[in-house]
Design a protein around this ligand. Structure first.
Ligand code: 13P
Ligand code: SF4
Length: 367
């Protein structure tokens, strides 16, 4: 539970009890132990061959284990934020997409590539935001507010996407909501109440917020972060907007995983306090090895395991599981045709918006 409940999320649509239950599910996951260098090398070789034989490509999120990120890059795959993962899978010619991340990322890949085989490294990897937003209740909520555009975060099920007008990721949410607000639209936002609150403040849009939270980002603590800042006044504070408002207020940079990585690369600062999953340190170190990265403080000792600053569902993606999935065929992601067709519309809307944004940035000379 965060150290500050976002005030505007009063119309919460999921109870605190349900949020505690989801948090409990996350806390029960046992994170895998690291493997030896020899084992890693053997597994990497075996997997590289299997990927090639099956014309498969590995697409990994910045939060998964460093070994998987390394392997994705070595084998011609990709490591990215959720928006880029969707784009890469869509454009890549491989017959099979293997997603190292969480379920909504695999489902998005499938919706965009219905003709391709899409596998998850870990079929059980889900997300507390996805779990917090069941379709029946969400649909009823939308039906009760028919005058509002339904904007949902990518961290949702295919059914929720199919019920929406727009799908967004943290990399593009602000621009899309600003665009809708400029057109005079009122918005339903789901499921992350902290991200919704941040966007509402930035854009001034009229937004009704769903009450979900990310079990990882919700654990950052503002008092401890303030102390840390006092002890390291030269450090730049980087915050993912799934964090509570009290943390965002202490940030020098607020942004998606890609935006935070770019900040480390482009800033003159030598130290960074990072309020997002520590899996991202692998990428940050690979592009800026001379910079010091410090994990932002969480609820810490005595709190649940999700307070370690690492998503338990991302953590269960491993090289062993990937090898096994490639050998056994794993469970392919299947989505009912009608749902996939319906969900494609708001996803494609987001991708088209992103493509147009890039063109506009190039014209303005920002890219
Ligand atoms: P990005 O969209 O920034 O990759 O974040 C996805 C996510 O799950 C963050 O917790
Ligand atoms: Fe979901 Fe949070 Fe894990 Fe991202 S870090 S996948 S939002 S639980």
């Amino acid at each position: 539970m965060s150290d500050q409940t976002t005030p505007e999320a009063t119309n919460t649509t999921i109870s605190e009890e349900e949020l505690r239950r989801i948090e409990g599910m996350a806390a029960q996951i046992t994170c895998p132990l690291p493997i030896s260098a020899d084992e890693k090398s053997l597994l990497m070789n075996e997997i590289s061959q299997l990927l090639e034989q099956q014309n498969a490509v590995l697409i990994a999120h910045y939060y998964v284990d460093a070994d998987l990120q390394e392997l994705a890059l070595k084998t011609g795959g990709h490591v990215a934020d959720s928006l880029e993962m969707a784009r890469f899978g869509h454009e890549h010619p491989a017959d099979t997409l293997i997603v190292a991340g969480v379920r909504f990322m695999g489902e998005t890949a499938k919706i965009l590539n219905t003709e391709k085989r899409v596998l998850m490294v870990e079929d059980e990897a889900t997300c507390s935001l996805d779990l917090s937003c069941p379709i029946d209740r969400f649909s009823a909520f939308c039906d009760a507010h028919p005058d509002r555009k339904v904007v949902v975060y990518a961290n949702t099920s295919a059914e929720i996407k199919a019920r929406s007008d727009w799908v967004v990721t943290s990399g593009i949410a602000l621009d899309i909501v600003r665009h809708l607000h400029d057109q005079g639209e009122k918005i339903i936002w789901a499921p992350d109440r902290h991200l919704g609150d941040y966007i509402q403040h930035q854009t001034g849009a009229d937004m009704l917020l769903w009450g979900g939270v990310c079990v990882v980002h919700d654990e950052y603590r503002s008092k401890e972060l303030m102390l840390m800042k006092e002890q390291m006044p030269d450090a730049m504070v980087l915050v993912h907007p799934e964090s509570p408002r009290s943390i965002i207020q202490l940030a020098d940079v607020v942004g998606s995983t890609t935006a935070l990585i770019n900040a480390v690369q482009q800033s003159d600062a030598k130290r960074f306090i990072v309020a997002t999953d520590r899996g991202i340190f692998y990428k940050m170190r690979s592009i800026a090895g001379d910079k010091e990265l410090i994990e932002a403080p969480t609820a810490g000792k005595g709190a649940s395991c999700v307070s370690c600053g690492h998503c338990p569902w991302m953590a269960i993606n491993t090289l062993h599981k990937l090898r096994d999935v490639l050998k056994s065929g794993g469970k392919t992601i299947e989505i009912e045709r009608k749902i996939a067709e319906q969900a494609l519309i708001p996803i494609q809307r987001m991708l088209d918006f992103a493509a147009q944004r890039e063109v506009d940035m190039k014209i303005r000379g920002d890219a």
